[in-house]
Design a protein around this ligand. Structure first.
Ligand code: SF4
Ligand code: SF4
Length: 475
């Protein structure tokens, strides 16, 4: 065989994906039920995350939802903080920070997110797949059931499984809707006259239908074909990224297991070609071929191979978390300076995101000197400047806002038509207008001065701005 033919033969697995058969039809994957250390940890984490996801819409912080992404009304609540369209700059900044975070995280840690945190993997592997194992049995029984004619047993099992699948999809669809419109409005939809909530009820059914389609039929295709993050792996991963990797130096040449044989003497690698790692793979790939786009880092093949290694008295870790370079150099995983650097940047980015969210002012005040106006010197040696102001209420409640000069304390404000300087600001309401600030000449420097103006709700300072105040040049 020529080198080129050899290469084509070696890489031919890249010409097809696990869920498509030779004749181009959908090939259902029936992965073997995983078990082992990683599966146990993933199960614990998944149930913890599922609990948060399902109770999340009912958690309130400052009377606001824990998380709500109302695209329809352009209202976003993150950790009880309400964001309106006026916060677009913040949303854009957070979005850019999140993109940088995702890129850096993936470059350093590969698809750790996909295997441990992604809702698609958690729902599929920890809810729907477990129900499938419970009703249809493990891989062998599932294969037998699939090839069976439509007899009473198959109809009964399919009906039962799909009914439970739909019920869970309906629950997920409802939770999804709650994250968009909030649990209060959702409660209103399900308890009120249905004819008044046709839109909401239709959305509920559409979401449930989509989830049922994804988890009952579409499955791994969501990760391989649809998910943009999955498709970006080819450009995000490098030879130092942590992936789930087969230690080919240790495993090859693979050969079947023979009792009492010294494999090292026989020149055989540790892989006994049992196919367990392939049978458990939910995306139908053979990780021994190297890193592949289809691998969602679910760790099932690590557990399967570790169990095999235990049985043949070989050390665990023939399939493990490692970078391509670590595999090539025969090293084990270690926290490298490169990982330490990326992790520090990630922590910094997370802190920045947190800072942006929590430092956001409740009322945004913009106060600028009116263009083309300098100052006026009055008979009583008081200087006045004219300003344009704009106040935006970003809190979820109406408030009473008052503008006061913080420094110098001798200053006073006059808002034509609003002597009290008090504004009733409705939710998201914007108030604009003009105002005068008066300051005694003796409290001012010559020419340009800086003063501090605050917006208060009672005694609470909501926002403060520094503005220029022009005064006559003193001789
Ligand atoms: S489970 Fe381990 S020993 Fe078995 S085929 Fe896979 S890599 Fe080889
Ligand atoms: S190759 Fe291993 S880690 Fe990747 S999807 Fe398959 S079983 Fe999961």
């Amino acid at each position: 065989m020529s080198t080129q033919e050899n290469f084509i033969e070696k890489d031919s697995f890249r010409d097809r994906v696990g869920f498509i058969s030779e004749d181009g039809k959908r090939k259902f994957i029936y992965p073997k039920k995983p078990s082992g250390k990683f599966y146990k940890y993933r199960t614990i984490l998944s149930y913890f995350l599922l609990t948060i996801l399902f109770i999340g819409p009912f958690i309130k912080i400052n009377e606001q939802p824990f998380l709500m992404l109302n695209i329809l009304e352009r209202k976003f609540v993150i950790l009880g903080q309400v964001f309106w369209p006026q916060d677009f700059h913040l949303v854009a900044l957070t979005f850019v920070t999140a993109v940088v975070f995702i890129i850096l995280f993936t470059v350093a840690y590969g698809r750790l997110f996909c295997g441990w945190i992604c809702p698609q993997t958690i729902f599929m592997e920890m809810l729907f797949r477990k129900i499938e194992y419970w009703i249809d049995g493990d891989r062998g029984q599932q294969l037998r059931l699939a090839s069976m004619p439509w007899n009473a047993e198959k109809i009964k099992k399919r009906l039962l499984k799909n009914s439970i699948f739909y019920l869970i999809s309906f629950a997920i669809g409802n939770v999804f809707l709650m994250y968009i419109i909030g649990s209060d409005q959702w409660l209103n939809i399900v308890t009120d006259d249905p004819s008044r909530h046709i839109g909401g009820l239709t959305a509920m059914l559409i979401f449930s239908g989509i989830f049922f389609f994804v988890f009952a039929w579409f499955r791994e295709q969501a990760c391989i074909v649809v998910c943009p993050y999955g498709r970006l792996q080819g450009v995000l991963l490098d030879r130092n990224s942590i992936v789930i990797a087969y230690d080919r130096l240790r495993g090859e040449p693979r050969a079947k297991f023979r009792k009492n044989e010294d494999r090292t003497k026989a020149g055989k690698g540790d892989c006994i070609d049992c196919g367990q790692c392939v049978d458990v793979c939910p995306t139908g790939i053979d990780i021994r071929n190297g890193t592949q786009l289809e691998c969602v880092n679910c760790t099932a093949c690590i557990d399967a191979c570790d169990a095999v290694m235990d049985k043949i008295n070989k050390p665990r870790g023939l399939i493990k978390y490692a970078s391509e370079n670590q595999i090539a150099n025969g090293e084990n995983w270690k926290f490298t300076p490169r990982l330490a650097f990326y992790t520090s940047v990630l922590v910094l980015l997370l802190s920045l995101m947190g800072f942006l969210i929590f430092q956001r002012v409740k009322v945004e005040a913009t106060i600028l000197r009116t263009p083309g106006q300098l100052f006026q010197l009055h008979d009583d040696n008081i200087v006045s400047n004219l300003y344009n102001y704009q106040l935006i209420n970003k809190t979820p409640k109406p408030i009473n806002a008052e503008i006061k000069v913080i420094e110098p304390t001798t200053a006073r404000i006059m808002i034509p038509g609003n002597e009290s300087q008090n504004f009733k600001l409705g939710v998201q309401e914007i108030k604009k207008g003009a105002m005068f600030i008066y300051i005694p000449l003796e409290d001012l420097n010559s020419g340009k001065n800086y003063i501090k103006v605050g917006v208060y709700n009672g005694d609470e300072l909501l926002d403060q701005v520094k503005v220029t105040f022009m005064a006559p040049i003193k001789k």
